[in-house]
Design a protein around this ligand. Sequence first.
Ligand code: S3P
Length: 432
Amino acid sequence: MSTIRVSRPKPFDCTFRVPGDKSISHRSIMFGAIARGETLVEGFLPGADCLSTISAFRQMGVDIERDSETSVRILGRGFDGLREPVQPLDVGNSGTTIRLLLGILAGTSFFSTVVGDDSIARRPMGRVVNPLREMGAQIYGRQEGRFTPLAIRGAKLTGLTYESPVASAQVKSCLLLAGLSADGVTAVREPSRSRDHTERMLPAFGVHVRTSEGEVSVQGGQSLAGTQVKVPGDISSAAFLLAAALMVPGSRVTIDDVGLNPTRTGILDAFHMMGAEVAVEQTGMWCNEPVGRVTVQADELKGIEIGGKLIPRLIDEIPVLAVVATQAAGETVIRDAAELKVKETNRISTTAQELRKLGAHVEETDDGLIISGPTPLKGGVCQSRGDHRIGMAMVIAGLGAAAEVCVEGSEAIDISFPGFSNFIEKIKCGQI
Ligand code: S3P
């Protein structure tokens, strides 16, 4: 088990480029694998989750070369070019891999099994298995297919119009992928808009996607053609470094070449509402995704109330938002975020429990958190709980603490942000 030790640095002014976006990296491999021809991915995230996606498709006979850590070449032979895997496909810790993969496996002509780690074994699969079954998928698994391990007997699928009870890009993307091999049209409606990377990337592979207010649909039978994908920096990783600037007053952080997809930038809105100065400049469009530069700094922060449509736009950033909220004056109330309970850990309780170890005032609610501040954080020992974002959030908390904070289990951070501790070291070098 590895440990990161942090203590409060002097104010700093740093500019960073963060590793590639996790959601986009997964999709670039999956779409490249079912496309015909070569797909070249630049800026790929070499985190453990995305490597699980690569190994799953290699097991199905797809030729995937790593020209470098961040550059991947996929030689797709089309959806029908996938081969029956001999061993179970192991998705490791990756919810995105398993849920999107199920959408692909459901319409193949072969048998496959899917397993993951202990965290994956606790995460709900019924949200994709049930609508896939409505499309004709044959999926079997533990507790009637609600949990891994799962077995899939590829079947002929029929298009479906599905009203998702949750705003989930994994559910939406799974069904759209299944829809590509189904007869007729597959449409997904969701209560509020989840991240739209699938809708943005499929057209780059030549797929026609219809999007209208509250609904996304695809016509079955469309094939994908290999293309080039340049992956922007992950705003979910950038959020930790931006938050670092807010934990050490007088500091400033700039992130270059970061994804600015509006379905992902809720954290910037939240920081702005808290009183931080947030400057955003779009510099380009990479594979239909807006990209640019973000700078954040703050003098004083105030508590905010958030919920509703903002939540899916910052769902992965709530642990670090809670950390920043400990330094904001008054109450920060986070509502409508029950989805946090089914992430890599139950992030409502893990965030609250870990922050309390440093003296923070955090109350858990049914669908969120209430944080009261400002609270001077004290030193202590925290655990990642095997959850990359909890690990990083506690390191950022440590930057604002009066004494050393040790974050145990920091190896989990490699899931989404390889090299994170080097960035924390650079903060020390950027001291003003
Ligand atoms: C993701 C969707 C989100 C997010 C996850 C990545 C994706 O999950 O939390 O980190 O790439 O589609 P849900 O779809 O469960 O909201």
